[in-house]
Design a protein around this ligand. Structure first.
Ligand code: ADP
Ligand code: MG
Length: 251
């Protein structure tokens, strides 16, 4: 463990993987029955990757994203997020790592219904340990509002928006804390396929412009193709990994 830590620390920051898993197993228990959800996963997601975790329902996608998002811990093996081995951290350090490094996008959008679009986007900053000054907060929320194409909708509440628009708000909200990594668990599952494709394309545009690492899960093979790093899960194991040429050449 120490060697891995040391190696990561010695590398220039750009070369530290956004996330790295080594021989990760995750078991759940249903009564006394042990359910293996992940079976010895070893993967590395580079900074700036636009990665898809693909696989059918029950293959372990959410479990894998929850480990990377520090929402859950592995039964065994190593999970490293932004160069930090999560099992070596205290609860407090994990919470801080999660808040500072990771942004989340959910399948069911999870917006606050009583807040308008602008307020929803700004909310994570208000809840953060050191909230930036109001002017800075507002300026970045405005910028993200533009990025997701919702400048005209700032005063509207989520209930007045379509599913695709709600997911755009959720993308902006995930980015407001300037996370290194954005995790999206089946972000298109509640959208029609055209809107879903547009959402993934928007995430890809932001990935190119802000260099934010994106890791999203899906069981939709059309959407998977938009990713430049595809990890195919089946029954808790990676059965195929594809890195498209362009990013492969990037060091
Ligand atoms: N909290 C849990 N308790 C027991 N089994 C679980 C729990 N969460 C997931 N599982 C099981 O782990 C496996 C992987 O689940 P999950 O990661 O949710 O897959 P996916 O997101 O690909 O649908 C499935 O067999 C699922 O039933
Ligand atoms: Mg899932």
């Amino acid at each position: 463990m120490d060697t891995v830590k040391k190696t990561a620390a010695e590398l220039p920051p750009g070369n530290v993987p956004a996330a790295r898993l080594e021989q990760v197993w995750k078991h759940y228990y249903l009564g006394k029955t042990e359910v293996p959800a992940l079976k010895g996963i070893s993967i590395s997601i580079r900074q700036g990757d636009f990665a898809a975790i693909a696989g059918p329902s029950g293959s372990g996608k959410s479990t894998l994203l929850n480990l990377i998002g520090c929402i859950d811990i592995p039964s065994s093996g190593t999970v490293e997020v932004a160069g930090r081995i999560t099992s070596a951290l205290s609860d407090r350090q994990i919470t801080r790592l999660r808040h500072k490094t990771v942004g989340f996008i959910f399948q069911s959008f999870n917006l606050m219904p009583v807040l308008n679009v602008f307020e929803n986007i700004e909310l994570p900053l208000l809840l953060s340990e050191k909230a930036p000054p109001k002017a800075e907060r507002r300026a970045y929320a405005e910028y993200l509002l533009e990025q997701v194409g919702l400048a005209d909708w700032r005063k509207h509440r989520p209930g007045e928006l379509s599913g695709g628009q709600r997911q755009r708000v959720a993308i902006a909200r995930a980015l407001i804390t300037r996370p290194k990594i954005v995790l999206a668990d089946e972000p298109t599952a509640n959208l029609d396929s055209k809107t879903g494709t547009a959402i993934i394309e928007l995430m890809k545009k932001i990935n190119s412009e802000l260099s934010t690492t994106f890791i999203f899960s899906t069981h939709d093979s059309t959407i998977v193709e938009i990713a430049d790093h595809i990890l195919q899960l089946h029954d808790g194991e990676i059965c195929q990994e594809v890195r498209k040429q362009q990013k492969q050449e990037q060091k």
